[in-house]
Design a protein around this ligand. Structure first.
Ligand code: F0G
Length: 304
C-alpha cells in the first residue's frame, strides 16, 4: 500500500480582489488544505517514508509548530516515534495539540528556534534517529512537487511564485523545482523584519538554516527577498481573509505583503498560502462579541 495521507493536489484558486488591487493575475495555492494543515506534508511524506525504509525508530525535528505537527502525523502512520523540539512559549498551542493528538512527544526548549535546531541536529546523530527538518534533502524533494502541480493546474508557467521566508527550506525547494523544470519563474519571498519575535509565530526564526542558498539565489536574480514590518504582515493577512475569504495563519500572508511592496505589472502570480488559520486562531483580534437579548431589535442594534 502506498504511504500517503492524501497530501498534495491542493486547490489553486483565483483572487479577484487582490488581483485588481495589485494589478496582477493572482492565484492562491491553498497548501493550508494539506492533511495536517500546512505545506510541510508534501515533503514530510517523503522524509518519513524513507526514514522508515532505513529502519530508524525515531524522527526528530525542531519546529515553530507546523513541521512538528506534520512529522508527528506521518510518524504515527509509519509506526515511528516522533520527538519535536519547540522554543518555549513561542509556538501556537493548536500545533502542539496536533502533535500530542497523534502520539508525538513535544519537548519545549528553554531558548530560541535556533537553539532547538542545534539540539535537534545533535540528537539526530544518535543511532536509530532521523532528522526531518528541511535540512533533510528528502523534505526538499517532496516540497518541490508544488511546481509541476501549479503549472498543470494553471495550464501556464507563472511569472512569479510569492511565498513566506522563514528558514528558507520552502523557497529552496520551490527554486529547485523551477530549475529542474527549466522554467523562467522567479521567486518573491517575504520575511519578517522582526524575525525572532514576529506575531507570525510560524516564521519566528532568527537565523535561517538555508540563508546561504537564499543568498546564492538572490545573486542569480531568481529570487527577491522583501523584509516586512508587522503592520504589513497584519494588513495582508486581513486582506486575504476579508477580501478573499481565505483564513490562513499570519505567516502565510507574507507572500501577499511582499507583492504589495514589489509590484509586478500584469504578471501571472501564484502565492503559496502555507498554513491554516485554525492553527493559530488566537492571532485573530477579539472584537468583544456582543451578548444581547433574544430579540431582533437587540440584534440589529448590536450589529449597527
Ligand atoms: N509558513 C508557515 C505556515 C510555516 O510554518 C513556515 C515554516 C513558513 C511559512 C516558512 O517556511 O521555513 O521553509 O522558509 N515553519 C517551520 C516549522 C519553521 O517549524 O513549522 P520556510
Amino acid at each position: 500500500m502506498t504511504f500517503t495521507l492524501g497530501e498534495g493536489n491542493t486547490p489553486l484558486v483565483e483572487a479577484p480582489r487582490l488581483s485588481a488591487e495589485l494589478g496582477v493575475r493572482l492565484h492562491l495555492k491553498l497548501e493550508l488544505l494539506n492533511p495536517t494543515g500546512s505545506f510541510k506534508d508534501r515533503g514530510m511524506v517523503v522524509a518519513v517514508g524513507r526514514a522508515a525504509e532505513r529502519g530508524v525508530h525515531t524522527v526528530v525535528c525542531a519546529s515553530t509548530g507546523n513541521t512538528a505537527a506534520s512529522a508527528a502525523a506521518y510518524a504515527a502512520r509509519a509506526g515511528l516515534r516522533a520527538v519535536v523540539l519547540t522554543p518555549k512559549g513561542a509556538t501556537a498551542g493548536a500545533k502542539r495539540s496536533q502533535v500530542r493528538a497523534v502520539g508525538g512527544r513535544v519537548v519545549e526548549i528553554d531558548g530560541t528556534f535556533d537553539d532547538a535546531l542545534r539540539c535537534c541536529r545533535e540528537l539526530a546523530e544518535q543511532d536509530g534517529f532521523a532528522l526531518v527538518n528541511s535540512l533533510n534533502p528528502d523534505r526538499i524533494e517532496g516540497q518541490a512537487t508544488l511546481v509541476p502541480e501549479v503549472v498543470a493546474q494553471l495550464g501556464a508557467v507563472p511569472d512569479v511564485i510569492a511565498l513566506p521566508y522563514g528558514g528558507g527550506g520552502n523557497s529552496s525547494a520551490i527554486a529547485a523545482g523551477i530549475e529542474r523544470a527549466g522554467l523562467a519563474t522567479t521567486l518573491l519571498a517575504g520575511e519578517a523584519a522582526e524575525r525572532p519575535t514576529t506575531f507570525a509565530s510560524a516564521i519566528r526564526i532568527g537565523d535561517p538554516a538555508h540563508a546561504a542558498n537564499i543568498a546564492r539565489l538572490r545573486e542569480t536574480e531568481r529570487l527577491e527577498v522583501v523584509t516586512l514590518s508587522e503592520d504589513e504582515l497584519r494588513s495582508s493577512w486581513r486582506s486575504l481573509a476579508h477580501g478573499e475569504g481565505i483564513f490562513c495563519e499570519p505567516a502565510s500572508a507574507a507572500g501577499i505583503a511582499a507583492l504589495r511592496r514589489s509590484p509586478r505589472d500584469d504578471a501571472l502570480v501564484v502565492c503559496v498560502i502555507t498554513g491554516h488559520g485554525l492553527k493559530d486562531a488566537d492571532a485573530v483580534p477579539d472584537d468583544e462579541t456582543p451578548a444581547v437579548a433574544p430579540t431582533v431589535a437587540a440584534i440589529l442594534e448590536a450589529i449597527a
